[in-house]
Design a binder for this molecule. Structure first.
Ligand code: SF4
Length: 350
């Protein structure tokens, strides 16, 4: 029996019941794949339902303001993915008459859709025989064939792609792709794979040669940079002040409190010497109500060390009025804000 046949048989008996498995609608598959790129399946399901309820089709996504989409995306991180989805939804509505293109070569041209997602949509929805290679597929192939090149290398990428496309079932590429991914997720797992129950263990290189824990070869970890954020939660009566992030940086287009970023951990005294502090509080009486602990917040390539300063003012000066948006505290969640600030509000007494 071919490898694909074994995987598909296993899949038909063991697959998890997931909402996006009930359809071959490319819009639904696209949304689920983008959500799953940034969260585990169990957490992703609730986001998926919320997203599909709000935006049941591509036209509803394309026609809503981006701020609403970012707000819904809150907590998933990687906000650029939500922005790319919005752009792609508009491209499909305007240039493809609202219909997803059917071929891999066209799908991959869309903003934010890479090789993996394009292969998933083309094979699941349109039965095009193009292999998906996610972490699960990579791990299975590396172990089964004994490939010790890292997938991040150009040689590794070439080999994994070639093998994945060689074993695909040309008549059932969509099921094959789902089967191999599910197999990697449930049987050929990163830790403690179920080799003794694996229907392919007699042919598996890593199992036969006792190399399961050595494969796949891990890529070098990216260097994590540290940043120091000092957020000023400035309140005036029931108002607080926020701004939109616009730089080409994390959280682009989300809203935040006035921020003083420093190169190292800073004291209140040191912040008071910063030009922004002077601008915000010139000709204003201030009262420091609360200073938070230093909070460590991990992003993919950055570690944010953040402190929140709750500061009451007796009148907002011209600078604050012209550079920040004044919002009622109860309305703050109408704005898309990063999880870090959302957590602060959830835990702070206003
Ligand atoms: S025998 Fe173990 S390592 Fe090999 S494919 Fe099966 S689960 Fe993966």
């Amino acid at each position: 029996m071919s490898i694909s046949k074994v995987l598909i048989n296993w899949y038909n008996q063991n697959k998890r019941d997931l909402p996006w498995r009930e359809t071959n609608n490319p819009y639904i598959i696209w949304v689920s794949e983008i959500i799953l790129q940034q969260t585990r399946v169990n957490q992703g399901i609730s986001y998926f339902y919320r997203f599909i309820e709000q935006y049941p089709d591509i036209k509803s996504l394309a026609s809503d303001p981006i701020d609403n989409i970012l707000r819904l995306w809150q907590g998933l991180g990687y906000y650029s993915r939500a922005r790319n989805m919005y752009q792609t939804a508009n491209t499909i509505v305007n240039e493809y008459n609202g219909l997803f293109p059917k071929e891999y070569s066209e799908i991959i041209k869309l903003k934010g859709i890479g090789e993996y997602t394009a292969a998933a949509i083309a094979s699941f929805c349109f039965n095009e025989p193009v292999a998906v290679i996610d972490g699960n597929v990579h791990r299975f192939i590396s172990r089964f064939y004994g490939i010790n090149d890292p997938i991040a290398s150009s040689k590794g990428k070439f080999i994994f792609k070639k093998l994945a496309n060689e074993i695909i079932d040309n008549l059932n590429p969509g099921i094959h792709n789902q089967a191999i991914m599910e197999f990697g997720a449930l049987i050929c797992t990163p830790k403690n794979p179920q080799c003794s129950n694996c229907p392919l263990n007699e042919e598996c290189y890593a199992f036969i040669n006792n190399q399961v824990s050595e494969l796949p070869i891990k890529k070098k970890k990216n260097k994590i940079s540290k940043r120091y954020f000092n957020y000023l939660h400035i309140t005036y009566n029931d108002k607080t002040f926020i701004e939109k992030r616009v730089d080409n940086d994390i959280w682009n287009s989300l809203y935040q409190l006035p921020l003083i970023e420093t190169n190292v951990k800073s004291t209140l005294k040191e912040l008071e010497d910063q030009p922004l502090w002077f601008n915000l509080f010139e000709k204003t009486n201030i009262k420091i109500i609360h200073v938070s602990e230093l909070i460590k917040h991990q992003l993919s390539h950055q570690q944010l060390h953040t402190r929140f300063y709750r500061i009451e003012i007796d009148n907002p000066n011209n600078y604050i009025q012209s550079n920040y948006i004044s919002v009622n505290h109860s309305d703050i969640h109408q704005y898309g804000i990063p999880k870090l600030i959302d957590n602060y509000f959830a835990n702070s007494l206003y």
